[in-house]
Design a protein around this ligand. Structure first.
Ligand SMILES: [Mg+2]
Length: 174
């Protein structure tokens, strides 16, 4: 079971992306954030950034943290969301493959150990981060129901989450 922990355990676990504050990032020694889009920043069926998301982008920018959205979504979905706010992004990212995490890190020009990945799915977001030893934060999905494609992932995730909880490995922070 050690391998399950190595592959799927996030560095930390919080309610949502607004818990990712400059103070917390400073604590972690982080200067750059790779963040998932669907069900992390907004619900999978919400097309536009809302006020909470826009405020968070501004907070990150004002405090000199770099942000790149890395999404498995299609170009149109991701660009429609990110372009109005001038946020960098990579679409069709094929997470859990870590190739595009590496690309985002390269583009932000920050060392890997000063970068963190934020996402709502163990089987893609967190798995991909762990494959390359990237720090990660698991957030609770914005919408409890999501696309059909993630159904199997969600089932496996539920089993792994139960195991982590039982072992006291996954404790939600404030
Ligand atoms: Mg997601």
């Amino acid at each position: 079971m050690k391998v399950i922990k190595k592959l799927f355990l996030p560095t930390s676990y919080v309610d949502n992306f607004t818990n990712i504050t400059p103070a917390r990032l400073n604590q972690l020694g982080v200067r750059a954030v790779i963040i998932d889009l669907d069900n992390t920043l907004v619900g999978y069926d919400e097309m536009d950034a809302n006020e909470k998301v826009i405020d968070w982008f501004k907070l990150m920018n004002d405090n000199d943290f770099k942000v790149t959205i890395v999404s498995n979504g299609k170009k149109k979905r991701v660009s429609n969301f990110a372009d109005p706010h001038d946020i960098d992004y990579i679409f069709n990212a094929q997470k859990p493959l870590s190739r595009n995490y590496k690309k985002a890190i390269r583009l932000m020009g920050v060392p890997k150990n000063e970068t963190i990945m934020v996402g709502d799915q163990l089987m893609t977001d967190i798995f991909g981060a762990n494959l390359i030893g990237l720090k990660s934060v698991l957030v609770i999905p914005v919408k409890s129901r999501d696309g059909y494609a993630t159904l199997l992932n969600r089932r496996m995730e539920a089993i792994i989450m139960r195991y982590f909880r039982k072992k006291g490995l996954l404790v939600k922070e404030d």
